[in-house]
Design a protein around this ligand. Sequence first.
Ligand SMILES: *Cc1c(COP(=O)(O)O)cnc(C)c1O
Length: 420
Amino acid sequence: MDHFHLRDGVMYAEDVPLADIAAAVGTPVYVYSRATLERHARVFRDAVAPAGRVHTAFAVKSNPNLAVLRVMQREGFGADVVSGGELLRAMAAGIAPGDIVFSGVGKQEHELVAALDAGVGQINIESEEEGVELSALAAARGLRAPCALRVNPDIDAGTHEKISTGKRDNKFGVPNDRAVAMYARLAALPGLEMRGLAVHIGSQLSSLDPLEAAFVRLGGMIAELRAGGCTVTHADLGGGLGVPYKAGEVFPSPAEYGAMVARVTRGWDTALTFEPGRVIAGNAGVLLTRVIRVKRNANRDPFVIVDAAMNDLARPALYGAWHDFEAVRPNGTRMTANIVGPICETGDTFAMGREIDAVEAGDLAVFRTAGAYGATMASSYNSRGFVAEVMVDGDRFATVADRIAPETITAAERVPDWLQ
Ligand SMILES: *Cc1c(COP(=O)(O)O)cnc(C)c1O
């Protein structure tokens, strides 16, 4: 459920007509609904509450905007970060370091040091080498870093191959058949406080089955570790719950997910961490765009050329992803069209042969479900600058990220004097 809806024939975000935002901020612009973010945060929290001692850490990479992180902080969420930059953002948004989990397969020394200096709540180690390095850094500072070991359970998440992370061939985690022995070795290091295992098998999962299989495997390893004399107090179950991108699609609900988790983890006697991203932010944002023109080529269907492009919303070009496209002021008729951006690449295509609300030059429209993995993946390709972001709260809205103009980007570039 979200708060983008038609009222008297025009689309609103909460109580703000999207046309007002376009007039004030221009297009393209991401529009987030605070009420939707809060609703999703509460639904998720309530869904996993029956599983016991629970910590929810919002996956910052899904939407790192400071205002979005602030909403999550106010809802009691910590953060799952995957870089020093995300750590900086989470703390800038007021999230307590102790509520932050630091994940990622290639953490660099300066990032590990930043995490230790900040006192992050948990560092998820992805290799024995990383654990050894972290131990040395922590010990040199008189610290013991609270850690979990990320396991690669070798389970096919059944999602797009580029966002599948839990198969043996993927770069993430340590192989499950080596995890138990490795954990014991890491637990003996002076700078680490090994407190548990972590797993995250992928994103946009449409079934609970692979998640359940991964959690069952994790439970088996926890028992093995304890049988071998290791202490395990925490389990991190990652994120990954998918959301519908097409009207009418049905996905497992947070409640079903929570019930599965409670059933599978019964008897584990550990605190549980969750790292949801997409399921919180996905439906809480749209990308508002304006039709530049409608062009008829040799094709059967016309090209609807919009002012948003693959540099603003990369998912269709990157994963062949679908985003529903809806007119802000639908006139009641439909058309079949190819929706494309202005970028000089054929990959800059949002949809081919799609039945949509009929639109013409100058009309506003939205790509729905753009709140996660949207603005955060933006680039300035074709020197288009960076897209702006707005948050709506009831009948008011604020720009929460300025549009970054091409001039600002070129101002950071230099022609060396030997080219003058
Ligand atoms: C990306 C990521 C998440 C969030 O995934 P969603 O599918 O957005 O819920 C959680 N944990 C880790 C380690 C990640 O890399």
